[in-house]
Design a protein around this ligand. Structure first.
Ligand SMILES: Cc1cc2nc3c(=O)[nH]c(=O)nc-3n(C[C@H](O)[C@H](O)[C@H](O)COP(=O)(O)O)c2cc1C
Length: 506
């Protein structure tokens, strides 16, 4: 290949010279440009074949670069030319388009019927009623705060899930917060602390991760005084202890020194320019009882605001141990957020995203049943996160036991995210998940905050329509009996028509 390339380059060189000679050397400027180009390609070829880092370039000098170029634009090729309306991952084109249309407040209907294959056993649908309700006026809010909470919070059924300033740009965070203000819903800060961009007036849930950003001492331990001060801010409505996150449960994080700018260091309470570790586990507690004491401490320090924790289920017995500790210690979190393994992140090791943790559906069913077993469900609000982006996904989670749903990537789409899959490169083309000021500039806060507001408003409206179809008035009336699965339909068919054995829906 190397020899062929050299031969090709040599032939091109000779042809150019021949043409120049035939056309009189002095007037044939294009020829000189060609010669310069051939010279540069030659140099690149020599460099490629002598460098020691890339085998492909050593073996296929010059042309090997095409492979790297095509590889670098493979997400775009995939999205523009290969994916169908239903096949895109993590979110299909149909779902992304649904968010865009709701965010832009334009027609969000779908033509001609479903494109999904609904004749499969894992198809899940809502059971509608003959006695559907036509107009639901209830604003579908849920009161968060158990018996020990003195400042309960009336939450929307749909809120912005945790995403830090740092993983998102300042403009993105500001737009989310202004949207939350206009639509009266909750905006979770993510574990990176409360930034000025979170303080645009919208209600916030302050998330405390293992690095205690914003409430840590010099060595990274929880600092009561710093926590008390910020937790008392009126915009802070709830406090969430992050135990784990579905996309990388049991994995910490690193804030590299280069990304630890003056601004980020000030927000997070760390020394600028230093590398900061978020350990995989908390230092403030190491067993179920200590977690409950920590919950009680935070509630006390915050002046009685709702305090809860977020986790992805890994070992069911560990969650059951938490429930036992609640009963034994008589201390109850005000809410528990369950994140599914299908959840998103700015950056995580592939093995953690692909192969660690329970997906949301089984986790939610297990958590709801366990809370019921210990008579805790009445005291604790259950929040679900994990691809809750359409009204049906929200209604499904609520029917499985959740009271509220959070969405991260749904709200990213409403900000203009195009699923470019660049969150971990600082090169997000839409200015959503980047700290590059040139890219961030493209995201206009006033315009995008309207879209965040519209997406929330229109999605909650769609939830009301689905709820009406079930014949219920409030989401709290939904139960698992409102759902039906494909395999149940097969059973039903077999029961009614025992002679014509139906095995598969297709
Ligand atoms: C860019 C990005 C940053 C995130 N940062 C955090 C975080 O700081 N803390 C956290 O608990 N979860 C974080 N998450 C997870 C989300 O809060 C959410 O639990 C998960 O993505 C599931 O919701 P989704 O499927 O609607 O995205 C992040 C997700 C994304 C996409």
């Amino acid at each position: 290949m190397k020899n062929l390339s050299l031969l090709g380059l040599g032939i091109l060189f000779l042809i150019t010279l021949l043409f120049m000679w035939l056309n009189d050397f002095a007037s044939f400027r294009f020829g000189y440009v060609m010669l310069a180009l051939i010279f540069l390609i030659g140099c690149l070829g020599v460099y490629d074949s002598t460098q020691k880092k890339h085998t492909i370039l050593r073996n296929f000098p010059v042309v090997g670069h095409f492979r790297y170029f095509l590889e670098s634009i493979s997400p775009e090729i995939q999205q523009y030319f290969i994916e169908s309306n239903t096949s895109g991952r993590p979110f299909s084109r149909n779902l992304r388009a649904l968010v865009y249309r709701r965010a832009k407040n334009v027609n969000d209907t779908h033509p001609f019927g479903t494109q999904r294959d609904i004749f499969v056993e894992d198809y899940v649908a809502l059971r509608h009623s003959i006695y559907a309700k036509s107009f639901i006026t209830d604003d579908l809010r849920v009161m968060v705060g158990g018996p020990e909470c003195t400042q309960p919070y009336s939450a929307s059924i749909f809120n912005i899930s945790a995403m830090s300033f740092g993983s998102l740009s300042g403009n993105a965070v500001s737009a989310l917060n202004r949207g939350a203000l206009k639509g009266n819903f909750l905006h979770n800060t993510g574990e990176g602390g409360i930034s000025p961009y979170h303080l645009e007036g919208g209600d916030i849930c302050w998330q405390i991760g293992t690095a205690y950003f914003g409430c840590r001492d010099e060595v990274g331990l929880f600092d009561e005084a710093k926590f008390r001060e910020k937790a008392s801010w009126p915009q802070v409505k709830m406090i969430e202890i992050k135990i784990s996150q579905g996309a990388k449960p049991g994995h910490g994080g690193v804030l590299p020194g280069v990304k630890n700018t003056l601004e980020i260091a000030e927000i997070r309470g760390v020394v600028p320019g230093t590398t900061i570790l978020s350990p995989p586990a908390h230092s403030a507690f190491s067993n179920p009882q200590e977690l409950m004491y920590f919950v009680r401490k935070l509630r006390h320090l915050s002046g009685g605001k709702p305090v809860g924790f977020k986790l992805c289920i890994g070992r069911p017995e560990e969650f059951e141990a938490l429930c036992k500790a609640m009963v034994e210690e008589n201390i109850y979190p005000d809410f528990i957020t369950i994140d599914g393994a299908e959840g998103g992140t700015g950056a995580a090791p592939l093995e953690f995203s692909d192969s660690v943790g329970f997906p949301l559906e089984p986790a939610l069913i297990f958590v709801k049943l366990t809370l019921d077993k210990y008579h805790l469900k009445e005291k604790i609000t259950l929040i679900a996160a994990g691809k809750a982006i359409s009204a049906f996904s929200i209604v499904k989670n609520l029917a499985l036991g959740a009271d509220i749903c959070n969405s991260a990537r749904g709200f990213m789409f409403s900000l203009g995210c195009i699923q470019a899959l660049r969150c971990n490169t600082n090169a997000c083309p839409t200015g959503v998940a980047t700290q590059d000021k040139r890219l961030e500039k493209g995201l206009v806060v006033t315009d995008k905050s309207e879209r965040v507001y519209n997406f929330h408003k229109n999605t909650v409206h769609a939830v009301k329509e689905l709820l009406g179809a079930t014949g219920h008035q409030h989401t709290s009336e939904l139960t698992v009996k409102d759902l039906v699965r494909g395999d149940e339909m097969v059973d039903l068919a077999n029961r009614y028509f025992p002679d014509s054995v139906v095995q598969h829906l297709d």
